[in-house]
Design a protein around this ligand. Sequence first.
Ligand SMILES: Cc1cc2nc3c(=O)[nH]c(=O)nc-3n(C[C@H](O)[C@H](O)[C@H](O)COP(=O)(O)O)c2cc1C
Ligand SMILES: Nc1ncnc2c1ncn2[C@@H]1O[C@H](COP(=O)(O)OP(=O)(O)O)[C@@H](O)[C@H]1O
Length: 298
Amino acid sequence: MEVLEFNENLKFDENLILVLGYFDGLHRGHQALFKQAREIASVLNLKIAVLTFPEKPTIAFQKFEPDLLLKLTSDDKRAKLFAENGVDYLVFQDFTSKFAHQTSAEFTQNFVKKFNPKVVVTGFDYTTGSDMKNLKSSDDFKVVIVPELADKVGKISSTRIRDAVKAGNVAKANELLGYAYETRGRVVHGFARGRQLGYPTANLVIKDYVHIPAAGVYTVDVAINQKILRGFASIGYNDTFNNKEKTIEVHIFDFSEEIYGEELTILWLDKIRDMIKFDGIDSLIAQMKSDETTARNW
Ligand SMILES: Cc1cc2nc3c(=O)[nH]c(=O)nc-3n(C[C@H](O)[C@H](O)[C@H](O)COP(=O)(O)O)c2cc1C
Ligand SMILES: Nc1ncnc2c1ncn2[C@@H]1O[C@H](COP(=O)(O)OP(=O)(O)O)[C@@H](O)[C@H]1O
């Protein structure tokens, strides 16, 4: 997959299948849309391009709050998911006021046509331009609108997944995503209490603007140095010790390496329980032993 910045000189010599949207998380609904794009692309023997935005379009419309920058994946993971979904050209355009003020006709002329699309694929609720029109088929290209994918509750959406993550319901988030929700971080020093508890924990700093699951204790897999290892993790203020800063820590089972400074990725599998304020470390250790059994048997 090639990753490109859109600019007015961008030119493709071939015809393409063009997919339009923001696609936070590339969840099962988005995956259905890309499946459709791949089917069309294989019949027509054409490559797939996506025109998308580095940040959510809402930042161009709403009073800023840091949450607006938070995503369901890191930018790297997002690119990887586009590639896995069959995208050949991933093209970024900043969603600016100027961009938003174009009419649908201007957007078609200035952007869509640059891709020489034979077919444009969008979701059922996608509109373009300041006049919020649905893109229409023309002599130049056909528009395929993919219907919504729903479960018993309703439409599979990034909003539902964000809400599930923020509530700590990572199992539900994973079901809607079609893959495990993950958080990448770098291992730094904590208070060096973990080893006294019998459970050394890698403390993570997160540089990505991503949603972090709710405080609590979780069964996780840890991707480190090309390996996936089972562990359990905690998010919160370690209430027993009245920490001032929120930490994200993970203990990896059957593992005893020093990994300060290394990057690892936590795959959140299921929530075990809320964080508890214990009256001493013995009751914390006893609880963690029981959590270990839960996490190993997951
Ligand atoms: C699976 C797991 C569960 C935990 N549960 C709790 C808890 O319920 N209450 C709490 O105060 N701390 C809990 N902790 C956090 C420990 O207090 C923390 O790992 C320990 O203080 C080590 O911190 P350090 O890495 O800063 O040395 C948990 C940690 C893990 C890995
Ligand atoms: N099984 C393990 N899981 C996580 N980290 C481990 C493990 N074994 C050893 N370590 C190392 O021990 C460190 C954690 O020890 P800990 O006593 O909790 O200190 P700190 O407060 O610095 O995190 C980790 O950062 C890592 O380098």
